[in-house]
Design a protein around this ligand. Structure first.
Ligand code: ATP
Length: 306
């Protein structure tokens, strides 16, 4: 049992890729119903939380310049919401270190929100249950509950209703990071435009991905990765087509635009294959940089308490 008060908490939260993402029609509230299979991968943001007299946030790491440091920052909104719901004065200094590409389709902002919830809950001793934290997470954004949950999970509704997916083993990924981000609302708007102007292909149900995950079969999984947002992301960023083709030519088991993009996730046979694939892809000049990451990774969790 810890006797001393907590002065600093560090939480690490993972990036996600969508192994399957089918998008329903636009709802009257502007959102789309989704069926998705989230998969957390080992690329992380870290959030430090320390006591302070005001609610502040700083951001460092790649892409930090394009992350807001006011009330639009999702980590700050998470701290404010937790404070409001628990009656704790929402004052804390948050320091975010970005390892997840900003506006990359990997839920970096959601990871920071989930990390801030976990960090402030510990720092303030609010002692919320996992279920209560998940409820707050859903109010902050569609992907925030999964950032808290981690692993592999089926998401429905706007993506916030989660069911854990049982699977075997782990998977080796190569993430290809693009220059600049894509705005998620812009990608959905492009999908709506494509659907309004004629028939477009829709991805099948998620069962093939669930079957591949159950057997831990990376080759089968590589074949069935599917994302309804991919064509819209490619329409807005045509170089993604070349990137996807290059990865497959270099021997990836499969490749997919992650969420709304522009990050592309390539599946490798194993770690050794992923190292070779990452090096080969980096030499092609088709993306800004590459990262290796294994999944499934854990959800937002404390890595240091002081
Ligand atoms: P998703 O996959 O959930 O659609 P994304 O990975 O494409 O999201 P994010 O990195 O979450 O994109 O950022 C989307 C936008 O959210 C950014 O352009 C930024 O302005 C805003 N934002 C707010 N808070 C944060 C944060 N803590 N980190 C990154 N972006 C943030």
């Amino acid at each position: 049992m810890r006797r001393q008060p907590i002065e600093r908490v560090t939480v690490r939260a993972p990036a996600k890729v969508n192994l399957h993402l089918s998008v329903g029609r636009r709802r009257s509230d502007g959102f789309h119903d989704l069926t998705t299979i989230f998969h957390a991968v080992g690329l992380y943001d870290e959030v430090d939380a320390v006591h302070a007299d005001a609610l502040t946030v700083t951001v460092s790491g790649e892409g930090a310049d394009s992350v807001p440091t006011d009330r639009d920052n999702l980590a700050m909104r998470a701290a404010a919401l937790l404070g409001m719901e628990t009656g704790h004065e929402p004052v804390v200094a948050l320091a975010i270190r970005k390892g997840i590409p900003v506006a990359g389709g990997c839920a970096g902002g959601s990871a920071d929100a989930a990390a801030a919830l976990v960090a402030c809950d510990a720092l303030w001793g609010t002692g919320l249950s996992r279920g209560e934290l998940l409820g707050l997470a859903a109010r902050l954004g569609s992907d925030v509950p999964f950032s808290l949950h981690g692993g592999t999970a089926l998401g429905t509704g706007r993506g916030e209703r989660l069911t854990p997916v049982l699977g075997q083993g782990s998977y080796s990924w190569v993430l290809a990071l693009a220059d600049g981000g894509l705005s998620t609302p812009d990608v959905y708007a492009e999908l709506d435009r494509q659907r309004d102007s004629g028939p477009v292909g829709v991805v099948s149900d998620a069962s093939a991905v669930l079957t591949a995950l159950r057997s831990g079969d990376a080759v089968a999984l590589g074949h069935v990765l599917a994302n309804d947002l991919q064509a819209a992301a490619i329409a807005l960023r045509p170089t993604l087509r070349l990137l996807l083709d290059t990865g497959k030519d270099l021997g990836a088991l499969g490749g997919i635009v992650s969420g709304s993009g522009p990050t592309v996730a390539f599946l490798a046979r194993n770690e050794e294959h992923a190292v070779g694939l990452a090096a080969a892809l980096a030499g092609q000049g088709v993306c800004r940089s590459v990262r290796r990451a294994d999944g499934p990774a854990h959800g937002a969790r404390i890595v240091e308490l002081a």
